[in-house]
Ligand binder design. Structure first.
Ligand SMILES: [Zn+2]
Length: 262
């Protein structure tokens, strides 16, 4: 596979409200996680850490120059790859075990994966080419040999817990369905929700190992009622409260009782 070596691995974009989006442009959409950095008075927050194919800590050193709390919205590989690079690591108790050990090997080549895994992604609406990367993170990178190191949580959270940055307070919302320990971080004062993969403006995945559609429906009912101003999600562009309600409603209609199941 003749992939070029990327000149840089991460892109960084500063948004309003002290929020910065970091992402890996050379990872295909289904695994291209939004990494969110939030500036606080006493400490900063890092929400998800991407694939870990290159050092996030080095690439974003300029903004990671203060005390930092890293949070995993859930423990799928595309969200926790660089978590081990940070000393303070928060996750939901229901996914703590995943972080205790290194991940299984994950090949970047489609041909190495079970047909059903790729078919599931395609059914959901993703395009999957022969390789999950469009460039190499560094010379000599082996597309078939990648795993992320263990990154045990240093603090486990559950519904209602609070992460305090000094001048900004984020409340943990337990939003299971995509995965058992999916969490959102809700800043009530600003109406900002970091939603992880519980909801984003793209094809949602609810048939992965650990996903549960009945539970997901309850999460969507809850999200539909949340007085949100902006959602910064685990994938794809950010959106407003009206779009959140439309996305949640679409899921409820598709998967709920009497809905189209496919
Ligand atoms: Zn996920």
């Amino acid at each position: 596979m003749g992939l070029a070596i990327a000149s840089r691995w991460f892109e960084i974009e500063h948004l309003s409200d002290g929020v910065t989006r970091i992402w890996e442009p050379h990872v295909i959409r289904v695994m291209q996680c939004n990494i969110w950095h939030v500036r606080g008075r006493d400490r900063d927050l890092l929400i998800d850490t991407g694939m870990g194919l290159a050092s996030l800590h080095e690439a974003a050193a300029r903004i990671l120059d203060r005390p930092l709390t890293a949070v995993a919205t859930h423990t799928h590989l595309d969200h926790v790859g660089s978590l081990h690079e940070f000393t303070e690591r928060i996750a939901h108790a229901a996914e703590a075990a995943t972080l205790e050990r290194a991940s299984d090997n994950f090949s970047m080549l489609r041909e190495d994966h079970a047909v059903e895994f790729v078919a599931g992604l395609e059914r959901a609406g993703y395009e999957v080419g022969p390789c999950f990367l469009t460039a190499l993170p560094h010379a000599g990178f082996d597309l078939r040999a990648f795993a992320c190191p263990a990154a045990p949580a240093t603090r486990l959270v559950q519904e209602g817990d609070v992460i305090d940055l000094g001048d900004r307070v984020f409340e943990v919302l337990h939003l299971p369905g995509h995965s058992p320990g999916s969490i959102g971080l809700w800043e009530r004062a600003s109406g900002i929700l970091f939603s992880g993969d519980a909801i984003y403006d793209g094809p949602l995945l609810d048939e992965l190992p650990g996903s549960d559609i009945a539970t997901y429906l309850k999460t969507m009912q809850r999200l539909e009622r949340l007085a949100v101003r902006i959602v910064h999600a685990g994938h794809d562009p950010s959106f407003d409260g009206a779009r959140l309600r439309a996305l949640a409603r679409a899921y409820l209609e598709r998967r709920g009782p009497g809905g189209r199941s496919g």
